[in-house]
Design a protein. Structure first.
Length: 337
């Protein structure tokens, strides 16, 4: 297993190098001039050229790239021109907000989608099976930002059940002392249960928005994988041996059906990292997605490059975690590794 993990990390290095190169080139190819943006519409050409020189954008592209990679080697992601703060510090402060939202959305979708897929596979043609098909079709058909806007309109504007979609906490509460960066955990550590309820109420709608988006592929894959396993010879043998239906489904069928589901979970999580950008803008969530969008609008290269590199590292670590789970679920993967 350790050998397999080492190989996966070794193979990830060329991917990260490619991400650095492609991100650098794409940010320079985007329309817009950061110097002109920060100089203002009334600035003269001389003022714009002076700002461009100060920012180092007058240098050849290869020289800019060498300087950027040298800064990366020293752990420096640059400084945001819009906020004046180091990008690494901004990402570190905002990443827990995005991670808490994404993980809660994924957990909600797993809690709903996997039991729904299992029940649909064990009762084909029933109302549960039809419900699974309708739910998955709706999940893949609705854009994530549209779902978020509909939920805000319905539960905040019309019914008044949800608080205003304006960040992680209500304006009447202060942020808890930072321990993990996850407000749900930090408020419990601080024993501030009022702030915990506020943080949870602010999280519900954006998390449900992400859950609806990710529920469809998980439920469909669980149903398809369970149907394939339930039709296999070893399941028929287990049933013929007199084992109870629950033991056959849980002990034999479900574990063997989990490998494709875990693969789907890794892809869904990567999709959620992208969809998180839109959800954060809809709910004014102070995460790294909204930070990257604001920087992109301002042609601020450093935060965009830092955001993409952070997502690439998270994706590599996610794939490594999936490989480890493969080895835990299926011993044959450890032997092959």
């Amino acid at each position: 297993m350790l050998t397999m993990i080492g190989k996966r990390l070794l193979f990830a290095i060329p991917s990260l190098i490619g991400v650095v190169i492609v991100t650098f080139l794409l940010t320079r190819a985007l329309p817009g001039d950061p110097a002109a943006y920060f100089a203002g519409p009334a600035a003269t050409k001389e003022a714009v050229d002076q700002i461009r020189k100060k920012l180092g954008f007058d240098k050849p592209l290869i020289e800019q790239f060498v300087r950027y990679t040298n800064d990366l080697a020293h752990g420096d992601l640059g400084t945001s021109l819009t906020t004046g703060q180091p990008v690494a510090a901004e990402l570190r402060n905002r990443l827990p907000a995005s991670a808490e939202l994404t993980l809660l959305g994924l957990v909600v979708s797993i809690v709903i989608a996997i039991p729904l897929g299992v029940l649909a596979a064990t009762r084909p043609g029933s109302w549960i099976d039809h419900l699974c098909r309708v739910t998955t079709t709706a999940g893949v058909s609705l854009p994530v930002f549209f779902t978020g806007l509909v939920l805000v309109y319905l539960f905040y504007f019309r019914l008044g059940w949800s608080p205003a979609p304006l960040g992680r906490l209500d304006v009447f509460y202060s942020a808890p002392p930072t321990v993990t960066g996850f407000y749900l955990i930090d408020t419990l550590i601080a024993r501030d249960f009022e702030a915990f309820r506020s943080a949870l109420s602010q999280l519900i709608l954006p998390a449900v928005t992400l859950a609806i988006f990710s529920l469809a592929p998980i439920a469909r894959m669980t149903r398809a994988s369970m149907l394939a396993v339930l039709a296999s010879d070893f399941v028929r043998t287990a049933r013929a041996s007199g084992l109870s239906p629950g033991k056959v489904i849980v002990t034999y069928a479900f574990r063997n059906a989990m490998l494709p589901v875990i693969t789907t979970l890794s892809m869904v999580f990567s999709f959620l990292l992208g969809a998180n950008v839109l959800v954060e803008k809809v709910f004014a969530w102070p995460g790294i997605g909204s930070y990257a969008v604001e920087a992109l609008i301002a042609s601020d290269f450093a935060p965009v490059q830092g955001f993409v590199l952070t997502m690439a590292v998270m994706y590599v670590l996610l794939n490594l975690l999936i490989d480890i789970l493969y080895g835990v679920i299926d011993p044959r993967v450890r032997l092959e590794g």
